[in-house]
Design a protein around this ligand. Structure first.
Ligand SMILES: [Zn+2]
Length: 941
């Protein structure tokens, strides 16, 4: 049992890394493929160039660069998604596949400026190499016994999450001219900790915190894996991971192997790699700057994490900023520093694929996410213009589109956006600021990727940072009226941030040296100048009242600093200004991307019916009281899921076999299945027990819709199923049912609406979930049940507190000839009463108690302890004596939000309920203590 639990933990762990949306693509999409012995790239028609390029890059890596983890090459299926707006990718087992989301990120400092599909190929294919070469020893045994998810589980226990990602970041750095290992901003997190003198333990860094800023496992992983390779050679990690996935030493095999080979366990190795890097971060102290200290929300304590990400002068001596903290959601503020600091909240933006905003003459502009209701892979955005103090002050430009980074012209008539098409054609679009209609699409013969376009003061030009197809960046100015584009900062393989046009000068941040610093270039062209030598990265800047005001990353988040405007010193942006620690040589032969040629691969149609069942794993599934073991299948495009297996219900001691298939390739999701449960039983009274076998065939559909917009995550699901149930008397039963054939209809409705929340907020401050289910027989057996439940979320007395009200109602027929499954959660502390209909109101007050940031043995880590005080009132109508019976209780719950093995979130707790009425069947009971250990949260794959 313990072993299975462990396995399930690790499987959910492996699955949190990324998951394909089930049925996310519309059926009209035509799929193409490039197929070889090494890789099959599957992509929508129209993306032949990208599909062939990805295949060529991967062949190039597979031919010459797999040696550092092992020699095994196994064929991978890669799906290119072209209609998403998030920039991401993943590799998974169960089924073994990879998905690339092709839209490049608008920000170049964080992920880099390389051709996005190339970078995904370098990074994600490293995960393929990892998985292919980790199937050895115990991990291989896991594969044979449990399938792909078994291998995923065991290798994820053996190899820490930081290695998977750190090693992949090393790969993108080793095989290109850039990669995150050459981006100064990638080190801002650890560098900030170093500058603030913060020394967190290995376990703290790995688990993160609700209270303090911690770098993530990509950053930690890169420090450790790059240090390992540079100090101990190319084959170092091959040997360590070989020990780990074979479980040499059984417990903590990865850390033990490190210890054997270097004398340091994982924690000591982390500190050694951090030391190795931080000795490089002492270099010349930054010039003095003033911190702008404005208490924005009156919530964030001085030692808490808060971010001021973007900053603009408001033209009246104040600043407009985007602020968020671990206690508050992002919002725009008008702030004033100086002797009488004060802040005014303007408004809050909805969720977007990018948090950038711009400001011009009293108008704020940003983009928000929009989604196709049914097709999860189809994402859009809208431009929002906000003018405080005006009548219709928030305008959402009509026309959903794919774009980033809006900027308003000085005459307030038009908006420029960096737009892209699913086929990855990029352009600057000039939109009508009133209607959102495209007035102009500026020519882009080289298909540059535009980032952060800005109007010049006369609205005649657009100044923008661009990436070419290899990843080199420049700053250009492009005339709105047509004509030649001029290059202000020449193309080089360096990330450039957000330009700011200030009269005849363009200021911008760039990664020319070891830190993202402030630079400038004259709008008319000329010398590039450097204006700052900061200790840590500048994210965004403004020029206000003769000063630079800028957002710089610290150990407590992005802080606002200011320093006097200066003339700067000339710098050659094409020359190399970076120290050796930012130019690692991993001995992979350098820029592999430059060697990739078009191999002229054949493009063929990819049939949607290709390998539909694709069984990949054979696994235990637990949803107490049901325990089972199932064969799981899913095709690469994620349109058909299959599950066949056997189970056991602990309450009824009843074994079962069954199977289900679900098809999400059309508008409604269709499903069909059958379950045979033997030896079920029910006690009619103290002496009479009925035992029977039950065969349930069912078929139906559901319609999952995503309706999120603005600050709300919203979803609606409708479902309908038809069931044909046949019951036969079990051999050992004296009695049997009168009715052995039942056809019934099962209708479901669920809706959820949740306002976005800050990290420390336990639940949303404003949310509603509503679920209804109605089941009714269609033949002559009277059987009927209705269930409804509403959960309402409200803010509490403090910003991290929540009031949650639960209302539920269940009504069933009184003939007792068939019992539908019971979804009701009864008043806490009570057993199930006898009723025809029952109503419950549960009132809850949730609040955090303490954030321990403490764990032991890298096994269990306590991030937060929180409590809930509740009162339940339940009224059940007993139709035998025709009386309403009240069941009320009150009590408290204590919850521990933990992580298991430094990675997997797991919440457990305990509850005491004081009963104010007689407990059904046990009237003497006045209180009840329960442990809350919801294991099913670990079995959701
Ligand atoms: Zn990765």
């Amino acid at each position: 049992m313990r072993y299975f639990l462990c396995l399930a933990l690790a499987i959910s762990l492996a699955h949190t890394a990324g998951a394909q949306q089930f049925g996310g693509n519309r059926p009209s999409l035509k799929w193409r493929q490039v197929d070889s012995d090494t890789v099959r790239v599957i992509f929508p028609a129209g993306l032949e160039t990208q599909g062939k390029r990805v295949a060529d890059v991967i062949h190039r890596i597979a031919r010459s660069h797999t040696g550092t983890l092992g020699p095994v090459v196994r064929k991978i299926n890669i799906v290119l998604q072209h209609e998403t707006m998030q920039s991401n990718g993943f590799v998974q087992l169960g089924p073994f596949r990879s998905v690339f989301y092709l839209t490049p990120p608008p920000n170049s400092s964080d992920l880099g400026s390389l051709n996005w599909a190339d970078q995904l190929a370098l990074h994600e294919y490293r995960h393929v190499i990892q998985n292919n070469n980790f199937r050895k020893g115990i991990s291989k045994a896991g594969y044979y016994v449990f399938g792909e998810l078994g291998q995923a589980a065991i290798t994820n226990i053996a190899v820490p999450n930081w290695f998977w990602e750190g090693d992949a970041v090393v790969a993108e750095t080793a095989m290109s001219e850039q990669g995150r290992g050459r981006l100064p901003a990638f080190f801002d997190g650890f560098r900030a900790l170093k500058l603030a003198g913060k020394d967190y333990s290995y376990m703290q860094i790995r688990n993160g915190s609700y209270r303090r800023y911690m770098p993530d496992h990509y950053e930690t992983g890169y420090l450790m894996t790059s240090y390992g390779r540079l100090q101990h050679g190319r084959d170092f990690w091959k040997n360590v991971t070989d020990d780990a996935v074979r479980f040499r030493g059984v417990f903590y095999p990865f850390s033990q192997s490190l210890k054997r080979r270097t004398g340091k366990n994982a924690a000591a190795f982390f500190h050694a790699s951090y030391d190795y890097y931080r000795q490089n971060w002492n270099s010349p102290p930054a010039e003095p700057a003033d911190t702008l200290d404005v208490n924005v929300t009156h919530l964030t304590k001085s030692n808490g994490v808060e971010n001021f990400r973007y900053v603009y002068p408001d033209g009246k001596g104040g600043l407009v900023v985007l602020h968020n903290s671990y206690q508050t959601i992002p919002a725009f503020y008008n702030i004033y520093g100086g002797s009488r600091p004060r802040a005014f909240r303007m408004t809050a933006p909805g969720t977007g694929f990018d948090n950038f905003f711009s400001y011009r003459s009293g108008h704020l502009l940003w983009t928000e996410s929009r989604y196709s209701a049914r097709w999860g892979a189809d994402e859009r955005s809208v431009v929002v213009i906000y003018k405080p103090g005006s009548l219709n002050n928030r305008r959402v430009l009509q026309h959903e589109r794919r774009c980033f980074s809006p900027d308003l012209s000085h005459n307030l008539k038009s908006v420029v956006v960096a737009a892209l098409t699913p086929e990855q054609r990029y352009s600057l679009e000039i939109l009508d600021a009133g209607t959102g209609q495209v007035l102009q699409r500026l020519p882009n013969p080289e298909n540059w990727y535009y980032t952060y376009p800005k109007f010049t003061d006369d609205d005649q030009w657009i100044v923008t940072a661009v990436r070419d197809s290899t990843g080199r960046m420049a700053i250009v100015k492009q005339p709105v009226a047509g004509g030649n584009t001029e290059t202000l900062v020449p193309f080089a393989m360096k990330a450039i941030g957000i330009p700011v046009v200030q009269g005849d000068t363009v200021y911008f941040t760039a990664a020319f040296a070891d830190v993202d610093d402030i630079y400038s270039v004259p709008l008319a062209g000329g010398t590039v100048r450097r204006h700052s030598h900061r200790a840590n990265g500048v994210h965004h800047l403004a020029v206000a009242d003769g000063k630079f005001v800028f957002s710089e990353f610290t150990a407590n988040g992005f802080k606002l600093l200011s320093m006097p405007l200066n003339a700067g010193e000339p710098i050659d942006p094409a020359a190399n200004h970076q120290k050796p620690w930012l130019q690692p040589d991993f001995g992979e032969g350098g820029n592999l991307l430059a060697e990739v040629r078009d191999e002229g691969r054949n493009v063929r149609k990819y049939a949607k019916g290709h390998r539909l069942f694709n069984f990949h794993s054979w696994l235990p599934v637990i949803d107490d009281p049901d325990y089972g073991w199932y064969l799981l299948g899913e095709n690469v495009l994620g349109t058909l899921q299959t599950r066949i297996g056997a189970g056991y219900n602990r309450n009824e001691s009843s074994p079962s076999v069954g199977g289900q298939v679900a098809w999400a390739g059309w508008f409604p999701v269709l499903r069909a299945g059958g379950d045979y449960k033997s030896d079920r039983y029910v006690n009619i009274n103290d002496t009479v027990q009925v035992r029977w076998n039950e065969l349930d065939w069912y078929g139906g559909m559901s319609l999952p819709l995503r309706l999120s917009s603005g600050k709300f995550y919203r979803g609606l699901t409708l479902s309908a199923d038809f069931h044909q149930v046949t019951r036969t008397r079990a051999g050992n039963s004296k009695y049997q049912f009168r009715d052995n054939n039942l056809q019934y209809l099962d209708l479901g409705f669920s809706f959820s609406n949740q306002r976005m929340k800050a990290l420390q907020q336990i639940y949303s401050h404003f949310g509603q979930t509503l679920a209804m289910r109605y089941s009714k027989s269609l033949n002559n057996i009277p059987a009927e049940q209705f269930f409804g439940r509403a959960d309402l979320y409200f803010p509490g007395f403090r910003n991290t507190h929540n009031i949650v009200v639960q209302l539920s109602y269940l009504q069933k027929d009184t003939s007792l000839r068939y019992a539908f499954s019971d979804p009701f959660s009864y008043a806490r502390g009570y057993s199930k009463p006898f009723f025809q209909h029952v109503f419950k109101v549960g009132s809850n007050y949730h609040f955090p108690l303490v954030y321990p940031d403490w764990g032991f043995a890298n096994l269990l880590y306590f991030s937060r302890v929180r409590a809930n005080v509740f009162h339940d009132f339940m009224s059940a109508f007993n139709f035998r004596n025709r009386r309403h019976v009240t069941y009320a209780s009150a009590g408290g719950e204590l919850y521990f939000d933990t992580k298991i093995g430094n990675v997997l979130p797991f919440t457990f707790g305990m509850r005491y309920s004081q009963l104010f009425n007689d407990n059904p069947g046990d009237p003497s009971r006045k209180g009840r203590f329960e442990l809350i250990v919801p294991l099913q949260q670990l079995f959701s794959y």
